[in-house]
Design a protein around this ligand. Sequence first.
Ligand code: HBI
Ligand code: FE
Length: 289
Amino acid sequence: MADFQHVYDTPPEGANADWTIPQNWEHFSADEHRMWDRLFARQSGMLPGRAADAFLRGLDVLKLSKPGIPDYRELNARLNAATGWEVVAVPGLVPDDVFFDHLANRRFPAGNFIRNPEQLDYLQEPDVFHDVFGHVPMLADPVFADYMVAYGKGGLRSLGFNALDHLARLYWYTVEFGLIEQSDGLRIYGAGIVSSYAESIFALEDPSPNRIAFDLLRVMRTEYRIDDFQQNYFVISGLNDLLQVTVETDFAPLYEKLETLPDIAIADILQTDRVLTHGTQKHAQEAGR
Ligand code: HBI
Ligand code: FE
């Protein structure tokens, strides 16, 4: 985390105790709005046939095709009407407990800055495009919106079990890098994929990664990296499954069991996995990883 520009261990100047700040939409420059439009045009043009139906519906319901960085006063009126959620501006990454508390209360924290042209394809910190284009459309889906609340509540509980790293993997392999099986094929619902041009193609079409059926315990054992494409993608068969498993599971015994089980490396396949596509791991080998 050290090399992030926007990480704070106490609320920065002007921020509230929960790290929120005014979006101050008027402060965005024409260049920053143009950067949003450039990213939006590139992504929205390539997502039909790749993004999950729920994601595409969310883009439409929230009218995110309107040019420029969305003004949360307008965006939240629509989002609130859809699922009771709202987007709140934050300066950057916030502490886990603050983050979970926002999610548990139907508030999605969005980084109040946008990447510069050199960071077009990747930046490690979530900017407003990653957060609002990547995450917010799915929050307009009632089932996914309830999953995110359940996740936030689970996150707060996980802190008491010192089980954050296991729970963070669930977030990583669903909310950030999740795939879903639709009747018309595999689709993307994870924000980290859907906001990335290259990874949207890699995750669905490249022969390199493994694509494995989602299993809660298996995912919570699986390590991840934040600086490269994933080598394992986990596939749910429906948003309801994700919500059910999160709401119905008693995580306390799960955390105890996880303590006795070894982690799984990022590209490994287990005998018990239901493998949808067995990857070549070409991407990993080429890069000498
Ligand atoms: N803070 N603003 C912000 N956005 C995130 O996505 C975020 C965060 N803090 C912690 C965090 N994500 C992850 O550790 C989650 O797995 C909890
Ligand atoms: Fe994210």
